[in-house]
Design a protein around this ligand. Sequence first.
Ligand code: AMP
Ligand code: MG
Length: 539
Amino acid sequence: MNTQLEAQTLDTLTFDNSFMRELPADPETENYRRQVKRACYSRVQPTKVVQPQMVAYAREVAEKLGFASGICETDDFVQVFSGNRLLPAMDCYATCYGGHQFGSWAGQLGDGRAINLGEIVNHNGERWTLQLKGAGPTPYARMADGFAVLRSSVREFLCSEAMHHLGIPTTRALSLVTTGEQIVRDMFYDGNSRPEPGAVVCRVAQSFTRFGSFQIFAARRETDVLQQLLDYTIRTDFPHLGEPSPDIYLAWFEEVCRRTAEMVVHWMRVGFVHGVMNTDNMSILGLTIDYGPYGWLEGYDPDWTPNTTDAGLHRYCFGKQPQIAYWNLAQLSHAISPLVERAELLKGVLKSYIKEYEYGWQSMMAKKLGLNAFDSETDDELVTELQAILQLAETDITIFFRQLAKIDFELKPMGDVRDVTLPETLMNAFYVPDQLTDDHVVRIGNWIRRYGERVRKDGTLNDKRRRRMNAINPKYVLRNYLAQLAIDKAEQGDNSMVNELLELLRHPYDEQPDKEDYAEKRPDWARHRAGGSMLSCSS
Ligand code: AMP
Ligand code: MG
């Protein structure tokens, strides 16, 4: 990096606030809750806080933004990224969007507690929007207070960085600070409110525009604003598509479908469950956005959802994420249909998601198994049976794939002896090995043999297969209980585990011999603990 071009102080950062410049603003500048019509955003200032303190920052994000090293360690940084001090070039705003929540149209939502500080243009000419989450109420705060608690902010901070290091498109997190304020929350909506430490995360993305950002203008029949936003989005974030026109809108939608499919394939690869796939939580860039009651699969269960609000419907459970993304894309297609001359073409484009997803999922599964390519003739069945055997007994999905990579297969036909024991290395993946009946053992053993035959046909040597598998099957993920342990400590003023997990998750595919504990199965005490596997939207 050319250090000459790095910003040596925050005051020398270059801002170019094109979103505000090019899109219609709410003329009202007072900060009170309201319906905002015919505008993409409202100007609003962060609320000042008493005593901001650094919990953690991501140096890679600071580098990406072009901050000289050391800036993040300054008190000025903490003041700026808690919202206490605005840089002269910052012009703050909250955006207007709507959305479908749990399948029903919810009307105007908007940045209720997220405040954009502006767009930085870094030394490489890249545009990055800085956004404080939890920096106080905005006109879109509805009934809520505009703040965020440390618990949910630790989760957002760590998970967005973890996802990035796993190679998954996501919004990033620059910093996490506590505010010195206490925020009252009823974590499980059961009448047990308690004060919790307040916190602010600075999120970073090229764009925070959501499906719901378009939906709100379609719902209000503000077609001219809808078009302005779409034209702006294409020119700014999809310039390779060319000058906006009805045909380009279709091409744009196709790209959103493709990016969304890619994102969901990644989620399915690592066992990530977003938890609240409402259309306001879907990024048009295909970024994982809005880390709320998300969770990581431990025992493989397609029906699992970490979100207690979704406990009845399981709308957003692991296995349904691909369909829900499709449903959400359908809502986006309805929203932009007034701008597309031949709206029936949108249906065809929407269908492209299904192909993209299927193709992406198959090649991802082939890679997870260390194969050269997915061969439907053999692999449809192989993978279907794999999903079945993973559910015979509670099987840790992360550990399973790392252990599977360790098994050596002979490159000669294996004959058909009926194994009654499983490779020892695999036993570590089962939560309660006693759950395995003899029938289960035979069935799993048979699958391993078939997989071995498939590997042999593939002609890939054990070492090569192992390397391939370990490059796509993480050893370390942000297990739900690990995040909770880090939160427990941070709430006591000890930020060490937040920082330790941040460091651990920078290298999720590597063996880290002194961190083996963090790759272990969830301990039994964590199974039913709040935060361990049950989360609410309260944050
Ligand atoms: P979420 O469930 O986080 O996607 O949020 C849904 C909507 O509620 C968005 O419009 C958020 O901005 C808003 N919201 C969530 N929590 C708060 C809060 N504490 N204060 C203000 N608005 C909030
Ligand atoms: Mg949201």
